[in-house]
Design a protein around this ligand. Structure first.
Ligand code: PEP
Ligand code: MN
Length: 344
């Protein structure tokens, strides 16, 4: 349920509605908008009676919310969320490119790749310090040493850095270094981790679980927003299907669907979807054509020697060409916008 206030509603009237909601055991969440404030009714057990609020001064209308997710939905917040990470803007109207290796392997490796992706036009640097590996015998990441290297990359190149947090135990450490904290596919429904992310002051990139429906994914984002962190970026990275020609199946229809359902930005990771660099390039172009708000792609200066995901890492020259191609696809939309409202 959403209580929409009149354009001229006073703070006192808003406070009165909040009070009335909380008196009935629900939680009120005011959402200031450009035009007017709306107040979300959360934690209600069962339907809420609109009549309780309709008569209060300053209330324009009461709208039922039909989706299981609330804070992430366009019903609650029609205006798009723009997430700012350093000097970068992620959301409607932008194409933000995050590039870098799967894992930070050494200072030399991270710096070499960061310089090349920056020269090609990437806006953020990625690199895992804590790696969720299928095998306990595979390279697990450099841990805090990897985070320190990421901080040096930021210092020397000016690129904000994105890195994964795998558990609550290391959350405070990772958020200290990262400009944006990544929650990986394997942790999308780690609810205690999501709640911890909800308390963070850092933007969070939430990857789609490898077998998650879109409703489950949006509910996971709801956990983060419910905790008070509104800076959430969704990342489609492919889901498990029966195919063998690619690591996962990139669900590109998720992009326009999520844009219709949610105000949160959505980006695409073609690398973990494809698993092979030959497939990564066309999928990245297709994601831009589907109007994703950004791309996260793995790049390595020596993929044959990478400690993880070498086969899907682009060579820096390939990344530079892909950047130019993606930019021109993106500009096509600016030159030829659709006349109708895509969220209608
Ligand atoms: C990653 O981006 O480093 C990663 C491990 O991705 P995912 O969680 O999508 O597998
Ligand atoms: Mn990887």
């Amino acid at each position: 349920m959403l209580v929409v206030m009149e354009h001229r509603a006073t703070q006192e009237q808003i406070d009165r509605v909040v009070e009335a909601i909380e008196r009935r055991g629900c939680k009120a969440r005011p959402i200031p908008g450009g035009e007017r404030t709306a107040i979300g009714v959360l934690h209600n057990k069962g339907p809420v009676d609109a009549a309780h609020y309709l008569g209060l001064p300053g209330v324009k209308e009461v709208i039922p919310v039909t989706r299981p997710y609330k804070l992430v939905s366009r019903e609650f917040q029609p205006a798009p969320t723009i997430v700012r990470v350093g000097d970068q803007r992620i959301g409607e109207g932008s194409l933000t490119v995050i590039a870098g290796p799967c894992a930070v392997e050494s200072e030399e490796q991270a710096m070499a790749i960061a310089r090349q992706v920056k020269d090609a036009g990437a806006g953020l640097f990625r690199g895992g310090a804590f790696k969720p590996r299928t095998s306990p015998y595979s390279f697990q990441g450099l841990g805090e040493e990897g985070l320190r290297i990421l901080a040096k990359v930021r210092e020397r190149t000016g690129l904000p850095v994105v890195t994964e947090v795998m558990d609550e135990e290391n959350f405070s450490l990772v958020e200290q270094y990262a400009d944006m904290v990544q929650i990986g596919t394997r942790n999308m429904q780690n609810f205690s981790l999501l709640r911890r992310a909800g308390q963070s002051k850092k933007p969070v990139m939430l990857k789609r679980g490898m077998s998650a429906t879109i409703d489950e994914w949006l509910m996971a984002a709801e956990y983060i927003m419910e905790g008070g962190n509104t800076q959430v970026v969704l990342c489609e990275r492919g889901v498990r299907t029966f195919v063998r020609h690619s690591r996962n199946t990139l669900d590109l229809s998720a992009v326009p669907y999520v844009c219709k359902e949610s105000h949160l930005p959505i980006i695409v990771d073609p690398s973990h979807a494809a698993g092979r660099r030959g497939l990564v390039i066309p999928l990245a172009r297709a994601a831009v054509a589907a109007e994703a708000h950004g791309i996260m792609v793995e790049v390595h200066h020596e993929p044959d020697h990478a400690l993880s995901d070498g086969a899907q890492s682009l060579y820096p020259e390939q990344f530079a060409t892909l950047m130019a191609q993606m930019r021109s696809i993106f500009e096509t939309f600016e030159k030829h916008p659709m006349p109708d409202n895509r969220y209608a």
